[in-house]
Each structure stands twice: as C-alpha cells, then as structure tokens.
Design a protein around this ligand. Sequence first.
Ligand code: CMC
Length: 426
Amino acid sequence: MTDATLNTAGKAVELPTLEGSIGPSVLDIRKMYAATGQFTYDPGFTSTASCESGLTYIDGDEGVLLHRGYPIGQLAEHSSFMEVCYLLLNGELPSQSELGQFSRIISRHTMLHEQLATFYRGFRRDAHPMAIMCGVVGALSAFYHDSTDINDPQQRKIASHRLIAKMPTIAAMAYKYSVGQPFLYPDNSLSYTGNFLRMTFGVPAEPYVVVPEVERALDRIFILHADHEQNASTSTVRLAGSSGANPFACIAAGIACLWGPAHGGANEAALNMLREIGTPDRIPHYIARAKDKNDPFRLMGFGHRVYKNYDPRATVMQKTVREVFAALKVNDPLFETALQLEEIALSDPYFAEKKLFPNVDFYSGIILSAIGFPTTMFTVLFALARTVGWVAQWNEMISDPNQKIGRPRQLYTGPVQRDYVPLSAR
Ligand code: CMC
C-alpha cells in the first residue's frame, strides 16, 4: 500500500501506511505534529489505533472475533477457560502437560493474604461488589511487593498468575460478605470455575456438589469475556500501565472502568431492563422509547462500537441459556421476553439502519441469574474473566519497544490568557 500525503497548514506531509496481518491498515501520524503543528481530533478513538497488538482481532462487519487467530465459537465449544488463559498469555494453545502445569500454578495462587479478609469488614454490607472489587484488587499491591517490579519479566509473570488466580477468591468473598455468610477458602482439587462456584455458593457446614453443566456453562461465559481488543477498560489498563504503575493498580483501574453501564455494567442493566419490561406485550413500548431521541433509554445489551453485525459471543450465550435451563430444570419466562425483544428489534428499521444487534450482555444475565447470581455480581464475573485479557495486554504493552506513556492532546476551547483580578476588585 502506498503512503498517504496530507496537505495541511500549507505543508505536505507523507504519512506512512502500516499493515497488520488482517484488518484495516493504519496511517502512521506520529510525526504529524512535528511536521505541521496540528493534532488529530478523535473523541472516543473511533478512527484511532492506540497500539499494536497480536492478541485479539475483531471484524465488526462480519461478526468475527479471534483470539491469537482462533475463532471464539471454536474456543467456546471445545476449549476451557484455563486453556484460553494460557493461549492469551503465551500466544499458542498449550500441550497437555503445559496445560496441567499452568493449571497447577494458577491453583497454587488462589489463596489471599489472610489480612486481606479484614478489608471486607470495612465495607457496608450493601456495598456494590464492584466497589469492593476496585478496593480489594487495588490493595493487592500492598501485599504482594515481590511482584510489582514491572521491568522484571519474572515478576510480571507472577503478578499475572496471582491476578488470574485470586480474582475468583476476591469475587466470591465480595458475594459472601454481602449475604453475611462465612468466607470459604479455595479448594484446589476443583477446576478454576468449579472452585469459584463452591466459594460463592458453598457453605462450610455442608459439602458442595459442583453441577458439571453449570460449571461448563460458567467456564464458557468466562471464555466469552476473556479479551476483546482495545475496549474502554483494556485501554484504561494500558494507559494506567503506560506510566509504569504496578499491575494490581492497573487492573483495579480496569475494573473501575468496566463498571460503567455502557461497558461491563450493561449485563446488570440488561437483566434489570428485561425485568422491567416483564412480558412480551410490553416490548413495543420499550422499543418506542429506545427510538425516541428525547428519551435517554437505550436497549441494554444491544449495539456495539465495533460489531455492526451479530456479536458472535451473543450467539454462544443464547445457546448456553438453553443448556443451563435443561441442566437446572428451570425456565425463566424472561428468556422468551428476550427472544421476542431481539426479534422485534431486528425487524425494526431503526435498529437495522443503525446496525444494532444483541451483544454479549443481552443473554448472559439470564444464565447467571438461573445459576443463582444476583444482578450486582454480573459485572464482577465479567471482571473476573477479563482479568486475563487485561494482564495479557498489559504484558504486551510493557514488552513493546514502541511503548510510551499515554498522553493524548486536546483541542483547547477555554479562555485565552488573561490577568488575575484581585478579590477586592471582583
Ligand atoms: N438502543 C437504542 N439506540 C442505540 C443503542 C441502543 N442500545 N445503541 C446505540 N444506539 C443509537 C444511538 O442513539 C445513536 O443514534 P444516533 O446516530 O441517531 O445518535 C447510534 O445508535 C450510534 O450510537 P453511539 O452511542 O454513537 O454508538 P457507540 O459506538 O458510541 O456506542 C454502545 C456503543 C455499546 C455504548 C451503545 O450501543 C450502547 O450504549 N449500548 C447499550 C449498552 C450496552 O449494551 N453495552 C455493552 C457493550 S458490549 C460489552 C462490552 O464490551 O462492554
């Protein structure tokens, strides 16, 4: 591809074109300010590649999501969350023995420093578990000093393993605290996901039996959330990490960003919306509200910055709802409402023209609710699963020789320079 020439501010600037392995090429504008004295303006980064990455590829028009080249549908069907973690961190699928060793390492890190349990008691019982996650994950850097030197690859690796391993323990404790039940220590004889289910729903007084179908469904939900290119929370982790901040602080920043309803908080908002809609006969009223420019209401779990087609993760989610219902012998009528809402929205010209399709959050709440999670835990589960993506992206950034501190510029529209007026003269 030939480079582009930009004629601006009376100058002609050559902008090199950089090619990736697939997907759109990018114009390299790094020298533009020095050459022209002008910045580019792109709020929301709709046309800006902020980094080079070999982890995850999305083709939003075709509804394609690849991790290290592997389609998400294949990973969700045939793989396990541990295997996907290994793939994201190391670039290749593990052999049998590599997977065994990796799973053992992760399970060795599942316990929390005992003193961290006291942090929970400082929170109100009705605190949102995402607030607890932000606080406790941020506090990890006060406990694991031996893995905060970001220039040491070995320490980065240990911090990555610790974060992936401890997140289920932290998340389950946030839940236990909210319901007033005792914390459960991890049981490393269980799988990553089975252990999380037990720490969440088990009690010390009785043995907990993991339902294999539920374990598989939740593991698949973790796979579907593991990474998603340069989304808001991942970009937050990268930006925080670009200053040299320690990994625990960076992941806490990512969790804070994920909480927003336009991002990971949408799974909670989507189920709340379905509950508010209730029965299919009320759908037209909510469709009309979503289309009304003067009403801030949006269909939660619908639309995506990148996908202008069906989110491939939503396809897997919809199928998983049926599997979980069959395994638990339940049938939430909200699933019917969701299916009809999807059908009505997809046949409506407003949603068709704007290319708004169900995203990963549309069906996930129905599954998580059937398993027994309260809505406030939904985004926590997203954070748990996305932790591997965040740490993989953070590691990639630190190893990138082109990495610099993230420092966007601005179009200044405030007052021009003026003289201070003494208080007595105002
Ligand atoms: N319901 C109704 N209208 C919508 C919706 C929706 N869910 N999403 C977008 N639109 C409209 C929007 O009003 C705008 O219309 P117009 O061009 O007439 O002003 C147009 O579609 C483009 O929307 P946008 O907000 O400019 O698009 P964006 O790329 O900035 O936003 C989004 C993407 C995901 C924030 C947005 O679609 C949304 O708010 N969806 C609901 C929240 C949600 O489900 N978020 C989860 C995203 S997937 C999980 C994750 O990655 O975190």
